[in-house]
Design a protein. Structure first.
Lengths: 273, 310
């Protein structure tokens, strides 16, 4: 009996310590969560395509890394411990490798088991696009709905919105660009203009010779619906150029990756939920 | 654990009935001759390293065999989900309404893991797959050495502490709206560190293993880990178990010394067993260390019900 009493006491004592420890962890987590979520939104923390709002994302993501593994261009990376509670969640560092939307079906969204990257809108968007397409092309025997579906799905990606920094942008200053945008050692890749080419050309193998720099406009995976080089005639007869971001921008960050200036003259601001 | 209080213990064996006298050896010689094999440990370590290696190779070489990490993965396209993550996820998402978006793959993954570990014995995961268990096994060896040299003292706690933590972490997930445990979970941390490259978070693992070595043996696995606790609930009625045969036991207690959960081997002590045969309970990780170490082959794997038919 005495031994049982001792056991009970010991259990109560260690149980109390355990509960105390967890309350402390809970308080710490609550604080970290508050601080780091705001920090991340302010620091242009770019989530993979289809990421749901940050507050929900933080519990919906179980940090399994399936999206990281499936990305064909390895754009998605693990957040480090300095991101606080976002440790282990996926993010995209657009400057070193952007999501170029070149995959067949935005696989990262498709592979996510917990809908932290949300699947349903993509699927619906694709199916709706096929329905529409069917009616107008019902007679055409050679029609392929797949590209239409992919395009429709890509339009649904809203990771953020590009924003041009007019102080450093070469085009705004009327300057051209000649050479390799990010140097010969840069490892980034943009496959999208070439579709799903079996072997995509790395950025370091591409030469540019532009009278007015429009590298971002040329490389943009969404093409003319997202980014155009805007021309405006000034009063003195000269032409003012500037890259103009349109509604079709999905925030993939390819423009950030290819920008030849030392600090990117165009950045992607994540959508604020 | 069940029914052990009200049952009458069997009478203690006489010296002639002991297994070592039956083969005409002294106790010491018998123990040295037949104990201390490493058959199951070798198999187990091969499986553990093989599965974790497959995770690493799948990412490094783009094999698409076993993608993801131990918190959620795909085995040749077939989803698998960590059960405690699943629980935390469900609790939060039922509260916030996110559950309607959870995919069929999530359900398949959680269901597969539940059924598989129900059949294979719950905490089988711990000793056969968990990378932290592998690390802690070596930590345990070092700890035992230090205790033997009288450098440190042994500290033990009540095993039920795990369930306090289990409930606590679920509540914590609910109140903070975050799967908090995944930030502390050495299983996930180690798995990710191995597959995607190490990070500063490994200091937490270092802290845990140091605490286990210098203060309390297998502290995390025994008293904290809610993943293990979940698996032990899943495997509560599992058919795969370790069975105990009283006839072959000489009560040397070698098995209790190597066991991660020695309270489950209560019946090997002299005069404690209530029947000729016992099955080890749900906390057992089916690691096979006791099977290897037992000189009389009194412990062995069994499929409950099945072996009686055979």
């Amino acid at each position: 009996m005495a031994k049982q009493e001792l056991n009970r006491r010991q259990f109560l004592k260690s149980g109390a310590i355990a509960v105390g420890a967890m309350v402390a962890v809970g308080a710490g987590v609550g604080y970290l969560q508050k601080v780091t979520t705001e920090q991340r939104i302010n620091q242009k923390f770019l989530r993979p395509p289809g990421a749901i709002e940050e507050k929900t994302f933080i519990y919906a993501c179980i940090k399994c890394g399936l999206c990281i593994q499936i990305c064909p261009v390895h754009a998605i990376k693990f957040a480090g411990i300095k991101e606080g509670l976002a440790y282990g969640t996926p993010y995209i560092d657009a400057r070193s490798q952007a999501c170029d939307l070149s995959c067949d079906s935005i696989q990262c969204v498709e592979t996510c088991p917990t809908a932290a990257l949300y699947f349903v809108p993509f699927k619906n968007a694709g199916e709706k696009a096929i329905e529409k397409y069917d009616k107008t092309h019902a007679a055409d025997p050679n029609y392929n709905p797949f590209p239409v579906q992919i395009k429709a799905m890509k339009r649904q990606v809203k990771m953020g919105l590009a924003k041009v920094n007019e102080e450093t942008c070469l085009a705004v200053q009327g300057k051209g660009f000649k050479g390799i945008p990010r140097g010969t050692t840069f490892k980034g890749i943009n496959r999208s203009p070439y579709g799903n080419a079996p072997k995509a050309t790395p950025l370091r193998d591409k030469q540019y010779d532009e009278k007015i720099c429009d590298v971002c406009v040329k490389e943009c995976p969404m093409g003319e619906e997202a980014l155009v080089l805007d021309k405006q005639n000034r009063a003195d007869g000269s032409v003012a150029y500037s890259p103009k971001v349109l509604d079709g921008c999905v925030g993939c960050g390819v423009c950030v990756m290819v920008c030849p200036t030392e600090e990117p003259s165009i950045i992607v601001e994540p959508v604020k939920a | 654990m069940f029914g052990k209080k009200n049952m009458q213990s069997l009478p203690v064996k006489s010296k002639e009935e002991m297994p070592y006298t039956k083969v005409g050896l002294s106790f010491k010689a018998w123990r040295e001759k037949f104990g201390g094999r490493h058959k199951w440990r070798t198999i187990r370590w091969a499986v553990l390293l093989g599965i974790n290696g497959l995770f690493i190779l799948s990412f490094a070489l783009d094999l698409s065999m076993l993608e993801g990490s131990l918190s959620g993965s795909r085995l040749i396209g077939f989803y698998l989900m960590d059960p405690f993550n699943t629980l935390q996820q469900l609790i939060i998402s039922f509260y916030t309404g996110h559950w309607v978006h959870l995919t069929m793959n999530f359900v398949i993954g959680a269901g597969t893991i539940f059924v598989f570990y129900f059949l294979m014995g719950g905490r089988t995961f711990c000793s056969w797959i968990c990378p932290y268990h592998f690390l802690a096994e070596w930590g345990e060896k070092l700890h035992n050495y230090l205790v033997k040299k009288k450098k440190i003292e042994e500290h033990t706690y009540n095993q039920s502490l795990r369930y306090v933590f289990w409930v606590g972490f679920l509540l914590l997930a609910f109140f903070t709206q975050n799967i908090v445990f995944e930030d502390l979970n050495p299983v996930g941390i180690l798995s990710r560190a191995m597959i995607y490259g190490p990070g500063l978070i490994l200091l937490w693992i270092l802290l845990l293993i140091t605490f286990e070595i210098v203060y309390s043996k297998r502290f995390w696995c025994r008293y904290v880990c809610p993943v293990g606790a979940t698996y032990s609930m899943v495997g509560q009625l599992s058919p795969l178990a370790v069975k105990f045969d009283l006839d072959k036991c000489a009560h040397c207690l070698d098995c209790q010394n190597v066991c991660l959960v020695p309270h489950e081997l209560w019946f090997v002590e002299r005069g404690k067993a209530t029947s000729q045969r016992h099955d080890v309970g749900a906390d057992c990780t089916r690691c096979g260390l006791c099977i290897d170490v037992c000189p009389g082959h009194a412990l062995n794997y069994t499929i409950k019900g099945f072996d009686r038919i055979l």
